[in-house]
Design a protein around this ligand. Structure first.
Ligand SMILES: *Cc1c(COP(=O)(O)O)cnc(C)c1O
Length: 403
């Protein structure tokens, strides 16, 4: 069997094709077996034809695999596909979303550097900076996500990196990424965006001017709650450092998980469209219910950043925050009355989930910190999945009836 049959069917043919075509096809290199779907390569190492071949590959003179902590064909296909979808020169996969963030900071920052982080980031991201990176001399300050003046005012001469999650969880606050990138670059700093909640199907931060983007692939990229992983993407010059750190430190992605994420990417946009459509309907419906005090969803005209969300994102996402009338007890009664929706803090799954942020994801904050972050005791977070909308409404109606 020869490889000729696949000539003319490689990446170069994908120049200028649309997002969905890239999502289905980018990065695939068929083996001479001619498999239609992507192959999984569960191997830790690779053989060389001769001792000289081994030497050349180790020296980097000849391209090719050496060891799966460095490169693996299935993982590479996932990396190339994500890079194509984010509009990045290069992407590198990691064992989880947290190791993506760790790799990004470890490779771009040194002791003595100052990092600005948006105040409402993922809880483990705050722990990473506070408990660990600070021990190595990385200075960290937190800034309210949406407030561009506050970002400008928070710079120090040694500010190296800005790190944001936009939209935020669970209040769906946004920052104007293009404007923040301009501020960062004007002061010689880099802008990193955790794009987990939007995925490249709804938002492409690099095209808005961000320097580096990362994901927890565990969420919407898998989309079915099966496996852990992450990815960092950006300009080749920055990625060189990130790749170097990952190869040395080792939190790389397994080929099995890479394969699951590849299959996830193929349906990413249609899934995100369905997630967004159901979220919009539920947010509008919840806003009209007498038991509900407030709904946080950027697809609602009542959201203060609705216009920015329309401009910056091609969809409003699938996380809906809402406050019930009453306090913690009312919120818990609402949650406990649901029968279909899962009580869990995970998101980015076909299965809809419901959680009480004040006592779970944000439970480690002091009451004062929670108040300043807008996490009230009556707040509930819904991460909308792909079940029938009538069933989700009926389930939420059970919650409303329990108030
Ligand atoms: C889940 C999550 C992470 C961490 O990802 P893991 O895959 O759980 O390590 C980081 N950022 C955001 C926004 C997340 O939701």
């Amino acid at each position: 069997m020869t490889e000729e049959w696949q000539a003319g069917r490689l990446d170069s043919d994908l120049d200028g094709v649309g997002f969905d075509t890239l999502a289905v096809r980018a990065g695939q290199h068929r083996s001479p077996e001619g498999e239609h779907s992507e192959a999984i390569y569960p191997t830790s190492s690779y053989v060389f034809r001769t001792a000289a071949d081994a030497a050349a590959r180790f020296a980097g003179e000849v391209p090719g695999n050496v060891y799966s902590r460095y490169t693996n064909p299935t993982v590479r296909t996932f990396e190339e596909r994500i890079a194509a979808l984010e509009g990045a020169e290069q992407a590198v996969a990691t064992s989880s979303g947290m190791s993506a963030i760790l790799a990004m900071v470890m490779s771009l920052c040194s002791g003595g550097d100052h990092v600005l982080v948006s105040r409402s980031v993922f809880g483990s991201t705050i722990s990473l900076f506070e408990k660990y990176l600070k021990r190595f001399g990385v200075q960290v300050d937190y800034v309210p996500l949406a407030d561009l003046q506050a970002w400008s005012a928070a710079f120090k001469p040694n500010t190296k990196l800005l790190f944001v999650e936009s939209p935020s969880n669970p209040l769906a606050e946004l920052v104007d990424i293009a404007a923040l990138a301009e501020i960062a670059h004007g002061k010689g700093a880099l802008l990193a965006v955790d794009n987990c909640f939007c995925t490249p199907a709804l938002q492409q931060p690099l095209k808005l001017g961000a320097d580096i983007v990362m994901h927890s692939a565990t969420k919407y990229i898998d989309g079915q709650g099966r496996s852990m992983g992450g990815v960092v993407a950006g300009k080749a010059e920055l990625m060189k450092e990130v790749v170097g750190f990952l190869r040395t430190a080792g939190p790389t992605l397994s080929p099995f998980n890479a394969w699951i994420f590849l299959k996830g990417l193929e349906t990413l946009r249609v899934r995100m469209q369905a997630h967004c459509a159901s979220s919009q309907q539920l947010a509008e419906w919840l806003e009209q219910q007498p038991g509900i005090e407030h709904v946080y969803y950027s697809g609602l005209p009542s959201h203060p950043q609705h216009e920015l969300a329309k401009r910056q994102q091609s969809g409003f996402g699938a996380v809906v925050g809402f406050e019930v009338k009453g306090g913690k007890d009312a919120a818990w009664r609402f949650i406990d009355a649901t029968r279909v929706i899962s009580i869990t803090t995970n998101l980015g799954d076909t299965k809809t989930t419901i959680a009480h942020p004040a006592t779970t994801s944000h439970g480690r904050l002091t009451p004062a910190e929670r108040a300043s972050a807008g996490i009230h005791d009556n707040l509930i977070r819904l991460a909308v999945g792909l079940e029938d909308i009538v069933d989700l409404k009926a389930d939420l109606a059970r919650g409303l009836a329990a108030l």
